[in-house]
Design a protein around this ligand. Structure first.
Ligand code: 9MR
Length: 408
């Protein structure tokens, strides 16, 4: 099914990523990037992923004001930001200030999901989401809404209350109520999150989720049509993960995602954007190649935008315990990935899934915490652009250079 143009785009994208991507001119200005730029093939690329040296800026290097992420993004008409934890926003001044200094877009990490918003079948809890949207408005930030329909974080009452007879009513009422409250204030909504899982064996690769079991495949169309009817200005987004690398499972999932958004778009269902979550891993970053480039190109050909919605890099597979080495490797992936993605005009928004390492979901403690760190369960991941004192990691500078590489 792939045409020659898609193949060409794929080769170009892959090569860019292997080359260190993020607008080489911008990166070469940073000492150490030339080494990364020498990598040319897959074997080289995996070495690149381990050894890219983006250079350590001086500790005093400027990173706010004109030197911030948001200044670099806004100058190019881009959005850059992070997922926000409402508890931290209240109790950590450094966290709050970093968001204010760096972001021109924010998304609530949890506060706008069903479970926190729906304490009971007939109740809505808006306090946290209201506070979050007010914070963004106060500081002139755009907002992503996450999310309106997902198989996870459904409230405890859901399973016993929602059935095939009333599911459509619950879905429509939820979308109408939440979107009406924030109408005109949300740049983009994740209308449906993570609907594809080919391993489940359902038609179109759809996930065997509660919404699928209750309503069948039509739940997606119901969700998107309802969303458009409430807030026609919001960019309606389908958002998914593990569609970035050229692994076999990822390729199958990516194809199913492409099939789904193509069917929706060509069938007249209102959908404006694809969210590529971008939970990357240092162990598989070198496998990000032509598949993703083709996905971006095909999504663009449908007239849709592409957003990087939940960027972080899992460093568990990096063997050396030296933090500075890991920081450099992670920075190499940030720069290459974002730079390659931004080489497509379809990509306009880049959001990280958090701000500082300590509070990342990848570093979460508790029952499932170390699930994401099987090799180094006791090692804190270096996964986000800021360290625990809100000082920029090399990943910050790599991300900033990637934003700066965007062609006007
Ligand atoms: O980071 C979120 C974490 O705090 C929640 O416990 C978790 C619940 O499933 O969701 C995390 O965020 C996810 C996001 O909503 C959707 N994509 C994957 C994210 C990381 O798991």
């Amino acid at each position: 099914m792939e045409n020659t143009k898609a193949k060409d785009t794929r080769r170009t994208f892959g090569r860019k990523l292997m080359l260190g991507g993020a607008g080489l001119a911008a990166l070469q200005a940073v000492p150490g990037w030339l080494h990364a730029a020498g990598a040319t093939g897959t074997a080289e690329a995996s070495r690149w992923a381990q050894s890219a040296a983006p250079g350590q800026p001086e500790p005093t290097a400027s990173f706010t004001g004109d030197a911030s992420l948001k200044a670099h993004a806004a100058a190019r008409g881009l959005f850059v930001g992070a997922a926000v934890n409402l508890g931290l926003l209240t109790r950590e001044p450094g966290y709050r200030q970093t968001l204010i200094d760096q972001c021109n877009i924010v998304v609530a990490e949890n506060a706008m999901k069903w479970a926190p918003m729906r304490p009971a079948p007939d109740q809505f809890f808006f306090d946290d989401a209201d506070r979050f949207v007010a914070f963004a408005e106060e500081h002139g930030m755009a907002v992503r809404g996450h999310n309106l329909c997902w198989h996870e974080q459904l409230p405890p009452w859901f399973a016993a209350t929602v059935n095939k007879q009333n599911a459509e009513q619950y879905l429509v009422q939820h979308i109408k109520t939440v979107m009406t409250r924030y109408k005109g204030k949300i740049r983009a909504w994740d209308v449906v999150n993570e609907a594809i899982k080919p391993e489940d064996g359902k038609p179109e690769g759809l996930r065997d989720s509660p919404w699928y079991r209750l309503l069948g495949p039509r739940y997606l169309e119901i969700a998107f049509r309802t969303a458009r009817s409430v807030d026609p200005a919001a960019l309606l987004t389908y958002n998914d993960y593990d569609i970035e690398t050229d692994g076999a499972a990822q390729g199958a999932k990516r194809q199913a995602v492409m099939g789904l958004i193509t069917r929706l778009k060509q069938g007249g269902v209102p959908i404006d954007a694809l969210g590529v979550q971008s939970h990357l891993s240092a162990g598989s970053a070198s496998k990000i190649d032509g598949g993703l480039a083709a996905l971006v190109a095909q999504t663009r050909a449908l007239g849709m935008k592409v957003f990087i919605t939940e960027l972080d890099v899992n460093d568990d597979s990096l063997e050396g315990d030296d933090g500075a080495d890991r920081e450099k490797s992670v920075a190499g992936i940030y720069g290459s990935y974002v730079g390659s993605m931004l080489s497509s005009p379809a990509v306009t928004d880049v959001l990280c899934w958090g701000v500082a390492d300590r509070y990342s979901w990848l570093n979460s403690k508790g029952k499932d915490g170390s699930k994401w760190r099987p090799k180094h369960p006791d090692r804190e991941e270096v996964c986000l652009p800021f360290d625990n004192n809100y000082q920029p990691h090399p990943a910050f500078f790599a991300l900033r250079a990637a934003l700066g590489s965007r062609k006007a």
